[in-house]
Design a protein around this ligand. Structure first.
Ligand code: 5CA
Ligand code: ZN
Length: 443
């Protein structure tokens, strides 16, 4: 709906700005992928086969070739790249698109968090001459995602997913997870080093600088509606949304407090509209709530629920004293501000709300990460929905899987960048630990 759409658009503007400025080119590929293409890379199709929706008919006729609703686009993009990219001179190539994808998710679906039609899927796909070039691209992607989440005040952990949980077809997967207010972790973005899996499967070769023909290397990285979901749930509170001024569709709402004679009401309305216009011409996004059938108290609740960062109350007293009352959404504090200094004060207050919301989210997040050498403590932490627990781990898959079972939680992976762990033993089996491992209840 319109208000939510504007929040989504503000977030996508940020995403596009960061991708465009780092040499990514926006593209648009078809929604439908012929069966033959989707099945070319065997790991990939094994990972996705139970999640794909198929188009089998055109009208009443059965199609000769089934068409998949894309669950992601590695296969169709790689297929086209084999025609377009022939030489190392054309590399690196960085494409991205923001589209709908479809996945037949079997876990319970949730608005914006686990969708079957993912309506805001930003997928980036890159091609490189060497393994190392692709690895550098993984680093660039991580930096871009850090900037996106930092600007949105969404705190995160970066983990290298365990091998048994990496993206289907990837060499390795680096994931961003946040902790939702209910203490469960949510994967909000992933970056994959795809190696040569897809370029081999599609017999995609390029001429390298050393004149040899070889399969190029790829990466892909994606985020979705989940980014919007976390912005809403992490900053919001029991009164509703609390939006960062940087993405709020309305940054300031002006509410005339109408009382007295119709002449006095008119005076207040004129003052309120004048204030709004002045703020608009200074570049703020402003709305005036002059509905005359709604009481001020009801309007306060309404705009609080919508998360508008600042509310300006204008009444007869204010008109006469040259001061207005400004209320901030994050702390609900109210202050008096002189009308002749309004622009500067509003600018300062908006910055303070922006920083305040981000700081609060960071503090809450810090308190949700527990590092311990005891598996029972980690288990209790996770079971009581406190957040993420980190314990030393031997690195063995079978031990990791048993750990997941014993604490009834999921392994998010090991901290990225890799932290050297010395002299510690695995919290489950006692063997020498190679890394900390993160455990959490997940969505
Ligand atoms: N092709 C790669 C990179 S674009 C890919 O598809 N990676 S993914 O499967 O990990 O998806 C990227 C991100 O999309 C995930 O990290 C997650 O944040 C989000 N996502 C995945 N599935 C869903 C879903 N069903 N609903 C909402 N978001 C989803
Ligand atoms: Zn172990």
């Amino acid at each position: 709906m319109p208000y939510g759409f504007q929040i989504r658009r503000a977030i996508l503007d940020l995403v596009r700005r960061l991708l465009d400025s780092t040499g990514h080119e926006e593209v648009l590929f078809p929604l439908l992928i012929p069966e033959g293409l989707l099945k070319k890379e065997s790991e990939h199709i094994r990972g996705f086969e139970d999640e794909v929706y198929w188009v089998t008919h055109g009208g009443l006729e059965e199609l000769d070739v089934k068409l998949a609703l894309r669950p992601t686009s590695e296969t169709s993009i790689t297929f086209m790249e084999t025609f377009w990219i022939k030489s190392y001179r054309q590399l690196p190539k960085k494409y991205y698109q923001i589209v709908s994808i479809f996945r037949y998710e079997t876990k319970a679906t949730r608005p914006m968090i686990r969708l079957r039609e993912v309506t805001t899927f930003k997928e980036a796909h890159t091609v490189h001459e060497t393994f190392e070039d692709a690895e550098r691209q993984v680093l660039e992607a991580i930096e871009i995602y850090k900037k996106i989440f930092d600007e949105l005040g969404v705190p995160y952990l970066i983990s290298r997913r365990p091998d048994w949980d990496k993206f289907a077809g990837a060499l390795y997967t680096i994931a961003f997870d946040t902790v939702m207010p209910d203490g469960r972790a949510l994967q909000i973005g992933t970056v994959h080093h795809l190696g040569q899996s897809f370029t081999r499967a599609f017999d995609f070769k390029i001429q390298r600088a050393d004149e040899k023909l070889d399969h190029p290397w790829q990466t892909s990285y994606g985020i979705s509606d989940r980014v919007v979901a976390t912005v809403i749930s992490i900053h919001g509170d029991d009164r509703g949304l609390a939006l960062l001024p940087s993405i709020a569709p309305v940054q300031i709402v002006v509410i005339p407090i109408l009382s007295g004679s119709s002449e006095e009401k008119e005076k207040v309305l004129i003052e309120a509209r004048g204030i709004a216009n002045r703020l608009r011409s200074s570049g703020f996004r402003v709305s005036v709530d002059d509905r005359d059938w709604e009481r001020p108290g009801a309007k306060f609740y309404y705009w609080e629920a919508k998360g508008v960062p600042l509310r300006i109350e204008v009444g007869l007293r204010e008109v006469e004293s040259g001061e207005v009352t400004v209320a901030r959404r994050d702390t609900l504090e109210r202050v008096q501000v002189r009308v002749d200094r309004l622009e500067d004060e509003v600018r300062r207050l908006l910055e303070s709300v922006e920083d305040g919301l981000k700081e609060r989210a960071k503090d809450d997040f810090r308190a949700r990460i527990l590092r311990t050498s005891r598996l029972d403590e980690a288990g209790e932490w996770v079971e009581s929905r406190k957040g993420v627990a980190e314990v030393p781990w031997c690195g063995r898959e079978d031990c990791g899987l048993k750990m997941e079972e014993e604490v009834n939680a999921k392994i998010l992976g090991t901290p990225w960048p890799h932290e050297v762990v010395e002299g510690l033993s695995c919290a489950r089996c006692g063997a020498p630990a190679v890394a900390y491992v993160r455990l959490a209840k997940t969505y």
